[in-house]
Design a binder for this molecule. Structure first.
Ligand code: IMP
Length: 193
């Protein structure tokens, strides 16, 4: 089967390889495996927060899909709010500069907060966010990330719920983009190096 180019055609998953902005990616995490893991994470979070109403802080834009599925997998009461940080732009590597583009609206003082991220790569964004959110004086502050690149990441960062540990290669799909494309691909694809 020829490799589909996301910049040229409508998205029709699920193929073994796709190209996006001239780069070739191979399927790495099929949608079914992602759903299964997200449901496990939801059960884990439900158990941990059975006696409280946590607030999930979803990090826009990449975590919107994971957040929607994770929330549906949590079977106790929870709330959601959103924060937006500057992203990689159209690049595949971090600029090292993190800015807040949208802050949370909810009052987090005394709340049990769970930051929901699509991916922790260098960990710079997460560090920045945890510092920002700590200043709101929450009762507790934990992190749920679908993906983690341990080889790239700041070693001191504590990640409480991790979906999958992945190699230090660029990934797209399931909310993750390359120059804003591929967010709507249900499977996660990895750069075919
Ligand atoms: P970090 O600050 O390097 O940990 O990266 C934070 C943000 O960069 C993530 O929330 C993503 O939005 C984006 N990012 C990092 N790695 C990837 C990747 O492999 N694919 C797509 N986006 C990524």
């Amino acid at each position: 089967m020829p490799t589909r180019d996301l910049t040229q055609t409508a998205v029709r998953p699920s193929e073994a390889t796709i190209t996006c902005r001239g780069e070739r990616f191979r399927r790495y995490l099929p949608a079914d495996d992602i759903q299964e893991r997200v449901e496990e994470m939801g059960r884990q979070i439900s158990r941990a927060y059975a006696d409280t109403v946590p607030i999930l802080i979803s990090v826009l834009n990449g975590a919107f899909m994971f957040t929607a599925d994770l929330m549906r997998a949590i079977d106790t009461s929870c709330e959601v709010d959103f924060i937006k940080l500057s992203s990689y732009g159209d690049e595949k590597v971090s600029s090292g500069q993190v800015h807040e583009l949208k802050s949370v609206d909810a009052n987090l003082k005394g709340r049990d907060v769970v930051v929901v991220e699509d991916i922790v790569d260098t960990g710079l964004s997460m560090q920045f966010m945890l510092e920002r959110l700590s200043a709101h004086d929450p009762a507790s502050l934990r992190v749920a990330t679908l993906l983690h690149k341990p080889e790239a990441s700041e070693p001191d960062l504590t990640l409480d719920y991790v979906g999958f540990e992945i190699p230090d290669l660029f990934v797209i799909g399931y909310g993750l983009d390359y120059g804003q494309l591929a967010r709507n691909v249900p499977d996660i694809y990895i750069l075919d190096s």
